[in-house]
Design a protein around this ligand. Structure first.
Ligand SMILES: Nc1ncnc2c1ncn2[C@@H]1O[C@H](COP(=O)(O)OP(=O)(O)OP(=O)(O)O)[C@@H](O)[C@H]1O
Length: 448
């Protein structure tokens, strides 16, 4: 089993600037012609700047309609939507869409345009010069882990589903909009690709800090990606709007409980990321190194495995002393089956990778797939146990959501004593029972 001696290195985030914008839906209603009930019924909802809000709920409950009203692909019948203080219902539609990237299933790429041209669509509309566009295309391809040299001139049909989806994300980010709207972005790819794309989105978000609103059918995806989850019933009625942890631990009512489905305990594993677990340092080598020298180094450090890295510190091989001993020179030939997880991966995904690899350990990579170290099953199990033990404090600020049609200034009085909306759903007017105080939101957990 690969070494895991030092437990000092922990993957952490550097401080980053939030570039996202706050979105406020105020009493928004959408009635489609010929429909008896509104698809969205008087929804008021705050979407905090730089955070990820997942919209979930049964089919036809109004998630997509809500999302598309934010960039006015669908016009609201009533109400207003405010983006960083500007009423978007009064804004020119094209201008608005440049402030909001939009990602749909399978990327929604133009088939007759190359990857570079697809990504360049909005910058071209904005009149950027050629050099600036070319530099931006390459920068974005790097961001979504596609080598610009290899991919910029390809056409969508030459890409896998996952690669198309990556280009779709790159295109949505092209003009650096503060908001990213995503509609079932990973619905069309296989589960393993979906897991990778989710991890990548988490990595990208750590870098860009956009406001992301994402519709999904998949509650596990909502738990994995969301800072906040909004659970809707028909008519986009908000039943609960809270952190994934709270929704799993305290579903607002039987509807949410059903929606979460079985295995809420297991889903908690999705909440802990590899970055939260201590990772061990790994012995490193480069292609072309003399194998005897590498072996001597391994013996000196007491490590039994060595990771061979390329010039950008991305793992290519993970060799035992025996394997190194058989070589004259370290080849650096890429091993396609390397057990690699991102530091943004959930413990659930990390465990899967380790079990499949049968190494009982995995390499951890961070930004731009560079090696951070090694984790093993024991440290993951210890972290899971610790997470289970951790008691959850109710003391935090949450964004507010409601279908009462008015801003819930004294909303806390409308809820049960414990601050939760009632189980019959009728007094659940204020999801998570928040209170809007200017732009600051206070939840029952804040009450002294
Ligand atoms: N263009 C339209 N004309 C008439 N009714 C529509 C239209 N688009 C959506 N609806 C109806 O509005 C309601 C909400 O639809 P919406 O697509 O927003 O729900 P959803 O939660 O995104 O559903 P799904 O998860 O199935 O995509 C549904 O009853 C749907 O049939």
């Amino acid at each position: 089993m690969p070494d895991s001696q030092s437990t000092s290195a922990t993957a952490g985030d550097a401080e980053r600037t939030v570039t996202g914008a706050e979105i406020l839906l105020q009493n928004v209603t959408k009635r489609y012609p010929g429909q008896a009930r509104p698809a969205v019924d008087g929804l008021t909802m705050q979407i905090p700047a730089g955070q990820v809000v997942m919209l979930v709920g049964p089919s036809g409950c109004g998630k997509t309609t809500t999302l598309k009203m934010i960039n006015r692909l669908i016009e609201p019948t009533e109400g207003s939507i405010v983006l960083d203080g500007d009423d978007v219902t009064r804004m020119n539609g094209d201008r608005l869409r440049r402030r909001m990237g939009y990602v749909i299933q399978a990327g929604g790429l133009f088939p007759h345009l190359s990857v570079a041209a697809n990504i360049a669509v909005v910058p071209k509309m904005l009149g950027w010069d050629k050099d600036r566009i070319a530099a931006r295309v390459d920068e974005l391809l790097e961001l979504v882990s596609l080598d610009p040299e290899v991919y910029r001139d390809r056409y969508p049909k030459e890409l896998s589903g996952g690669q198309q989806q990556r280009v779709g994300v790159a295109r949505a980010l092209a003009a650096d909009p503060p908001v990213l709207l995503m509609d079932e972005p990973f619905g069309a790819v296989d589960p393993i690709t979906r897991q990778r794309l989710q991890d990548e989105l988490i990595n990208i978000q750590a870098e860009v800090q956009k406001t992301i609103v994402c519709v999904t059918h998949d509650f596990d995806e909502a738990v994995k990606l969301g800072d906040w989850i909004a659970v809707f019933t028909e008519g986009a009625h908000l039943v609960q709007y809270d952190t994934p942890e709270r929704i799993l631990a305290e579903p607002a009512n039987a509807f949410v409980e059903n929606f979460i489905g079985s295995g809420a305990g297991l889903k908690q594993l999705t909440l802990t990321r590899v970055a939260d677990v201590p990772i061990a340092e790994a012995e490193q080598a480069r292609p072309g190194e003399d194998a005897a020298a590498v072996l001597a180094r391994m013996k000196a450090s007491g490590r039994h495995h060595v990771v061979v890295l390329d010039e950008r510190d991305r793992p290519r091989q993970w060799l035992s002393r025996k394997q190194v001993g058989r070589e004259g020179t370290i080849t650096g030939r890429l091993d396609p089956h390397l057990p690699v997880v991102s530091d943004r991966s959930t413990l659930n995904d990390a465990l899967d990778t380790m079990l499949v690899s049968s190494a009982g350990a995995a390499l951890v990579t961070g930004r731009r797939d560079a090696l951070l170290g090694v984790i093993d099953v024991d440290s993951v199990m210890a972290a899971i146990a610790a997470a289970r033990e951790a008691t959850r404090s109710g003391d935090y600020s949450a964004p507010v959501g409601t279908n009462t049609g008015v801003l819930p200034v004294a909303a806390t009085e409308r809820t049960d004593r414990n601050g939760d909306p009632g189980d019959d759903g009728r007094d659940a007017d204020v999801a998570r029972a928040g209170r809007l105080d200017g732009s600051h939101v206070i939840t029952p957990g804040d009450r002294r």
